[in-house]
Design a protein around this ligand. Sequence first.
Ligand code: LLP
Length: 439
Amino acid sequence: MGGVALTEIAARFGTPLIVVDESHLEDRLARFRAAFGVDAGLTYAGKAFLCGALVRLLAREGWLVDVVSGGELELVRRAGFPMRDVILHGNAKSAAELKRAIEYGVGRIVIDHPDEVDDLRKAATVAGSDHRPDLLLRLNADLTPETHEKVRTVGPGTHFGMAPPVAASVARRIAGAGEWRLVGAHIHAGSQIRDPALFSRIAEEAVGFVAPLRLCFPETVDLDLGGGLAAPYRAGEDVPTLREYAKALEVGLRRSDAEARLGSYRLIVEPGRSVIANAGLTLYTIHARKRLDGAAEALAVDGGLSDNPRPSLYGASYEVLNASRPRGEAGRTFRVVGRHCESGDVIAPAAMLPGDSAVGDVLAIPGTGAYVFAMSSRYNGVGRPAVVFVRDGVARKVVRRETDDDLLACDLALGGPEPARGARPEPVSAAATRPSRAR
Ligand code: LLP
């Protein structure tokens, strides 16, 4: 990967390890730009995977970033990312997060519910700042995306955004008061969406909402149509290409007559998974090989549920490769299990691997760039893995492994100090070497 042998990386940095191919990632960002054009607001959804090195790469490529918490906001700020290119999301933002977003000069905030405008007003007063982020309204559109119910964010049973009539009254209220600039509408329908027709419908819903309220928005209105494009997890899995994705949104815009009804508008998309999932993989070391009931055999590795909860949460299915025996015949089915104390900690229930797979071998799980490191926990006292970027034969560690001291640092009975209140370090360096193309 990136010109480096995976077994070498494993030996050098230890496992479990997340490895990200920087060239693959850059290529993906460039393909998004090619599919959507220079005017689109390409916004990376930080929740999929975030670290300082990635944020700097995004800044160089002229992307925006969406964050959903004070923690993510702090990370992008300390990485030196331009705050005007940050979009703050969240259905339960705290007063402190809103205040910090205003103090930092965040460019856009997506309003999730009607009371949030008052929360923002209060936060601005407390912050004592004149900065007023541009606002978008999150719509809970009447759509039912075909995807796992846990990652569906519109339609029956979901709790994000506002029904269009509610959002319309909020739009009139904001525009009438004139205190905040309402710049657009936002819909994120869900994640791992495979049907391009759904993206057309999202575009239609957004245009249908904005058109009758056109005067509430500035001359160029933002249509932020969220993320959600599926990534392939297994060999041969078919998902829409970026061009098909862009085309599907365009079809919806055309079908709803966006140009005639809205005049000037700007498309924003917020992909996470489809940017990073296939740029990353996880490396584990086999710690035990063991015969189970009947003919089944298990390979137990040094990670699992704590670094990747997705199989357990969503029944996610991954390929497994034995990096130590790349030419070995995949002749035997193994249950690849994690190290955690529950039967649900299964990384792959039936992986075809070389029959001589043995303790000490390095297993690679491709497609783990998105929602893996980001969702990792410290369950069972296992620290979170390190992250390594590879490119042109060079591997560099960008996030170090969590140590036992990190794990115990918040435990006051064990002598962990309370941090100084309100202390916030400055950005590490000005990383925004190139100004953003889209803002
Ligand atoms: N915008 C908003 C407002 C979102 O909530 C999300 C994802 C995205 C953009 C990016 O969506 P993407 O392009 O990555 O599908 N943990 C789950 C996925 C949760 C997605 C949450 N929201 C998983 O591992 O499958």
